[in-house]
Design a binder for this molecule. Structure first.
Ligand SMILES: [Zn+2]
Length: 62
């Protein structure tokens, strides 16, 4: 007797920044841009750092 296990359909996670469907590579965001924006929001909330961190793995065009 064969039993096939089918995983339950997972709800679509959305980017907390722009609410587009998120991309696994940038989870929980949809892109490096939104991830960066979230980071900036945190920094802007409590810290004021000069300059801007350049993400070397920013490979997503737009
Ligand atoms: Zn987004």
């Amino acid at each position: 007797m064969t039993t096939s296990t089918t995983p339950p359909p997972s709800p679509v996670k959305r980017c907390p920044i722009c609410h587009k469907p998120r991309v696994e590579a940038h989870a929980p965001f949809c892109s490096n841009r939104c991830r960066d924006r979230d980071l900036m929001r945190w920094l802007d909330d409590g810290y004021a750092l000069p300059g801007r961190a350049v993400d070397a793995e920013d490979e997503a065009p737009d």
